[in-house]
Design a protein around this ligand. Structure first.
Ligand SMILES: Cc1cc2nc3c(=O)[nH]c(=O)nc-3n(C[C@H](O)[C@H](O)[C@H](O)COP(=O)(O)OP(=O)(O)OC[C@H]3O[C@@H](n4cnc5c(N)ncnc54)[C@H](O)[C@@H]3O)c2cc1C
Length: 397
């Protein structure tokens, strides 16, 4: 039976970074990924400054920056009037070497790190290996995996579930995943069409508020990414049809024919696992929490989870730390997930979808007031770049 110190289920961005971080600390890690290569879907495209600082410690920030776009400025816009409020992360240049959001598809990160893992002394990257379940005892975890049609077991001191929203590790831990699912579907489209020629003064990251159809316009190097809501009553097939997609673009760039590169429908959830650790099994990333993409917090907070957890595992495995380390990981990361990630993403959605009338005006006025005052603006930027949630987590005993 294969023996190791840590098994990670899943080589999405969170699992891949966890494996690279643990291996860099000299901890033996086996990373099991169901698929034969990294998923290349266009989900996360924003890496925040606080995350880039972590990636820099494993020499992954600069290669990723080379593949992305630096977006210091982002906008909250009223879709109908065209009025906008801008925030400039460049104001954090005294706080970080990365005073911007890096706009880069998440798969670049997973591909970069999983390509490196086989060359690292302490890492074992296993594609085509699905974690089926796990059982733990006082000394470790026995992880059952299927690989090439055969069932095998791996014995480890700890198991990390970085296996996404439908986590098999969370099922093995038998814990709840409470929260809610948004009623509407999210339609994600991408195009090389020059939208900036029609909607002028766009930044690379734009949240356009509207009571009828809010719109997110994000730039990655070759494409604009578009996110709009759609009725749950409409079938995915219809939402992805030429006619529906043309209608979405007709409301953005009227009268222009737009070719798309990707079309995807998502159901979006706000959920947090009841606990992020049970004995020797831990949850990170989407396996531990889900939130809407407004603000770009999902993947980033998952990376912050696994970074925090790696430190705790190192203390246990190399410094005779005890299980209290893992309880603290849970308190810290679940604490900020609930207090900040969930709360802020829900607030961002309320801001972009707007209730008609008073509430709409009040929300936009509040964001304008935040941008106008240097003290509140800096505090806001530190929250959005996720430095504040890291500090808040660190302050939890
Ligand atoms: C439209 C959209 C836009 C988004 N934009 C942003 C953004 O800008 N910024 C941001 O921070 N977040 C964003 N997110 C959220 C982000 O995509 C997720 O939070 C992120 O992918 C979570 O990473 P993960 O590694 O935890 O999980 P995943 O990316 O889901 O990866 C899980 C991996 O585990 C593998 N796996 C699953 N089950 C098993 C098993 N049993 N055994 C082995 N392997 C398994 C899967 O194949 C997969 O490779 C967005 C999401 C959406 C839908």
């Amino acid at each position: 039976m294969l023996q190791t110190e840590v098994v990670i289920a899943g080589a999405g961005p969170v699992g891949a970074i966890g494996a690279a971080r643990l291996a860099s600390m000299g901890i033996n890690v086996v990373c099991c990924e169901t698929t034969e290569s990294c998923a290349s879907d266009l989900r996360a495209s924003t890496f925040h400054a606080s995350t880039l600082e972590m990636l820099d410690e494993i020499d992954a920030a600069e290669p990723l920056i080379g593949l992305g776009l630096k977006a210091p400025v982002y906008q909250w816009r009223d879709r109908r009037s065209g009025q906008f409020v801008e925030f400039d992360l460049g104001e954090l240049a005294d706080r970080t070497r990365f005073p911007y959001r890096l706009q880069c598809p998440q798969y670049h990160m997973s591909e970069l790190l999983t390509a490196r893992l086989p060359g690292l002394a302490h890492a074992d990257m296993r594609f085509g290996t699905k974690v089926l379940g796990a059982e733990q005892d006082a000394d470790g975890v026995t992880v059952t995996v299927s690989r090439a049609g055969k069932t095998e077991t791996i014995r480890a001191r700890f198991l990390i579930g970085a296996d996404g929203g439908h986590s098999a590790v969370r099922s093995a831990m038998n814990i709840g995943f409470d929260g809610f699912t948004y009623e509407e579907k999210f339609v994600s489209l991408s195009t090389a069409h020059p939208i900036e020629r029609t909607i002028t003064d766009l930044a690379y990251v734009n949240y356009l508020a509207d009571p009828q159809e809010w719109l997110v316009l994000l730039r990655v190097p070759e494409l604009w990414r578009i996110l709009v809501p759609a009725s749950v009553e409409t079938s995915n097939e219809e939402l992805l049809s030429e006619e529906s997609v043309a209608a979405v673009f007709d409301r953005i760039v009227p009268g222009q024919k737009v070719e798309t590169s990707h079309r995807t429908i998502y159901r979006v959830h706000q959920r947090v696992a009841k606990t992020f650790h049970t004995g020797r099994m831990m949850l990170v990333g989407d396996a531990a929490h889900l939130n809407n993409p407004l603000g770009g917090f999902g993947m980033n907070s998952g990376i912050h989870d696994v970074w925090n957890l790696a430190d705790k595992l190192w203390t246990i495995l190399r410094k005779d730390g005890d299980a209290e380390q893992l309880a603290r990981f849970d308190r810290q990361r679940r604490g900020v997930t609930t207090a900040f990630i969930q709360a802020q993403s829900i607030e961002n959605k309320a801001l972009i979808e707007q209730a008609p009338g008073e509430a709409h005006g009040a929300r936009m006025a509040r964001i304008a007031a935040t941008a106008a005052d240097p003290v509140t603006r800096r505090a806001y930027l530190l929250r959005q770049a996720m430095f504040q949630s890291l500090a808040d987590a660190e302050a939890i005993a």
